[in-house]
Design a protein around this ligand. Structure first.
Ligand SMILES: [Zn+2]
Length: 163
């Protein structure tokens, strides 16, 4: 039998992995990981250097998330407020083993209903009036498009109808 010795470090590793995994699949764990990633220098570098604004700490992210829940609950009293700000559909908090809490193994297999943190204007970093909690799908579709882009899309949509 493998890992008979309770002090076998491999056993501890597996236990820790499973404990971390369970935590990563709770709302608290999932959100905490999403927030923490914004503060990891390696992740910041890989995301094009979107450093969190100096006025923001992890507590402020949590405060904004609590506000988000209140806003969405007021809008949808039947819900628990865990809704995407954009499409207003429920969030999921589902990770896959071995993805360090990101919930996806690269493009194509992401859980698009998962909670994610968006910068409303992607030209601006994470700061209080620019942080929006939305689903992975909305975040992915929005990507680096800017408020000016959305104006353009809407304008053309209207012009198109008049033709
Ligand atoms: Zn959405």
């Amino acid at each position: 039998m493998a890992y008979k010795d309770p002090n076998d470090p491999r056993k501890t590793d597996v236990k820790r992995l499973l404990t971390d995994y369970k935590y990563a699949n709770t709302e608290r764990g999932f959100v905490a990981l999403a927030i923490s990633r914004r503060f990891l220098p390696s992740v910041v570098a890989s995301r094009g250097g979107h450093v969190v604004h100096e006025s923001i700490d992890k507590k402020e992210f949590w405060r904004l998330y609590m506000n988000h829940i209140i806003i969405m609950k007021e809008k949808f009293p039947e819900s628990d407020g865990r809704l995407c700000r954009y499409c207003e559909k429920p969030f999921t908090f589902v990770t896959k083993l071995g993805t360090r809490g990101t919930g996806y193994h690269g493009r194509g297999t992401q859980n698009y209903a998962n909670f994610s943190i968006d910068r409303w204007d992607p030209k601006i970093t994470y700061q209080t009036n620019n942080i929006i909690f939305c689903c992975g799908g909305c975040n992915d579709r929005k990507k680096n498009s800017t408020p000016k882009d959305w104006e353009n899309f809407t304008r053309v949509g209207k012009e198109r109808i008049k033709l």
